[in-house]
Design a protein around this ligand. Structure first.
Ligand code: SR1
Ligand code: MG
Length: 421
């Protein structure tokens, strides 16, 4: 079928012709559709059986422009190919941690997926102070498995290059290069920020040391093809309930630095931490919830590092450092030392990437609900300033970080005096 933009009426007709999707519904189903997309890029429909409303699927379609900016900002639909192939790969590597895929249509730039009716967007639940006991474990498994198994630690050079060629995601990488690593820190028309923080924005945009450090992160993002990264792993790309976690929306997937994904998770937990100085007035409740967020940050990094190390030490099948390379008297110690150094470098990149991600959410085009939901600009300025200070220090001090406690230490220091300017 040639490409056309679906709407709430036509999406049902479209699905009716797809046996792989209609098998998900009882015989004689009548389909109703509702567009629910609140992301920056795509259309998302929930399609249900009128006679059995619990039977639902999700249809996601790329439109040929950037939705957040409108039709005047063209963007090719190739992104849906990256998303669907990454979703299929994630289903293979980490079954249960990505939504099941029922149908992929490259012509129509459509993917039909499992409806996650028992799950909610993590970002929203964090604002509501909900605790998810398995979150750190699930996210660290997702990160370790997807990053290790798409890296040179696990794949042969030929497999890795072939993976790389399947994910030349030029346009979405450019969005990140511009909107995460460049435009928020200079004059650019799409930037928006709270004018209560004009002074901080101005200082930050004129801070030579910070700007040099940000550029180092951008260069790493553009040049280090370490593993297949999700590419947009913020808390709006994660759906949860008390038992399960699903990572969605991998349209930004490409071969990039591992720290970009790990940093995205830690940065978003840290922005949530900052936001609770306003969202949660009761100090006892606030402290308890912020402690949970810190535990989760720790769980994500430490779980990731431990699982990655375990995977590598038992599956050293990649072309990076084949086992015979380590066949000398102290070879196994040297290999352990190399793995340790590798993960230390990922931690450093995690801090740098995460820091950029925190700052861009305050200064750039795309903001986050935990801050935006604070209507009063004076009150909103407080967590926004915190996020700028933490992000700025994570990027600039990254070389000195030895463990996740160092990143957490900066977060605690920069938020210890909530009224700080
Ligand atoms: C211009 S698109 C803004 C952001 O939305 C996506 O979720 C990515 O984070 C992108 O940077
Ligand atoms: Mg997205």
């Amino acid at each position: 079928m040639s490409y056309h933009i679906l709407d709430e009426r036509s999406v049902a007709d479209y699905l009716r012709a797809l046996p792989a999707v209609m098998d998900r519904f009882s015989k004689g189903a009548e389909l109703d559709a509702k567009e629910v997309g609140d992301g920056n890029l795509n259309l998302v429909f929930i399609v249900s059986n009128r006679f059995s409303p619990a039977e639902k699927v999700v249809v996601k379609q790329a439109v040929p422009y950037l939705r957040i900016a409108g039709e005047g900002w063209p963007l090719s639909r190739h992104r849906m190919r990256f998303e669907s192939q990454a979703l299929l790969l994630h289903n293979r590597l980490v079954p249960g941690l990505a939504p099941a895929v029922f149908y992929v249509d490259d012509e129509m730039s459509v993917v039909v997926m499992e409806w996650l009716g028992r799950h909610e967007i993590l970002r929203k639940r964090l604002i509501a102070r909900e605790v998810f006991p398995h979150l750190g474990d699930h996210l660290s498994t997702f990160l370790a498995e997807t990053l290790f198994r798409t890296s040179d630690c696990y794949l042969s050079a030929a497999e890795k290059k072939s993976l790389q060629s399947a994910y030349i995601n030029t346009e979405l990488c450019k969005i990140t290069e511009d909107f995460v690593f460049t435009n928020p820190y200079m004059t650019s028309p799409e930037n928006r920020w709270n004018h209560e923080i004009d002074a901080q924005a101005k200082d930050l945009r004129a801070n030579k040391h910070l700007k040099l450090a940000i550029l180092e992160m951008k260069e790493l993002f553009m040049c280090n093809s370490q593993a297949l990264v999700h590419g947009d792993l913020h808390t709006g790309s994660i759906m949860v309930n008390q038992e399960q976690t699903r990572v969605l929306d991998p349209e930004f997937a490409f071969l990039g630095p591992m720290g970009f994904d790990v940093g995205a998770v830690l940065a978003n937990l840290a922005t949530s931490y900052c936001s609770h100085f306003v969202h949660t007035a009761d100090a006892g409740e606030r402290n308890a919830y912020q402690e949970y967020l810190i535990r989760t940050m720790k769980g994500v990094w430490e779980g990731f590092a431990m699982k990655f190390e375990a995977l590598w030490s038992t599956n050293n099948t990649g072309s990076l450092c084949p086992d015979p390379y380590w066949q000398f008297p102290s070879g196994s110690q040297a290999f352990a030392e190399f793995r340790f150094r590798y993960l230390r470098a990922v931690l450093r990149d995690t801090a740098g990437m995460g820091g950029c991600k925190m700052m861009r959410r305050v200064l750039g085009i795309a903001h986050v609900a935990e801050f935006e939901s604070i209507a009063d600009p004076v009150r909103r300025a407080q967590p926004e300033r915190m996020a700028l200070r933490v992000g700025s220090r994570w990027v600039q001090e990254r070389e000195s970080f030895k463990g996740v406690d160092d990143l957490i230490g900066v977060l605690l220091e920069e938020t210890s005096s909530p009224t700080q300017g």
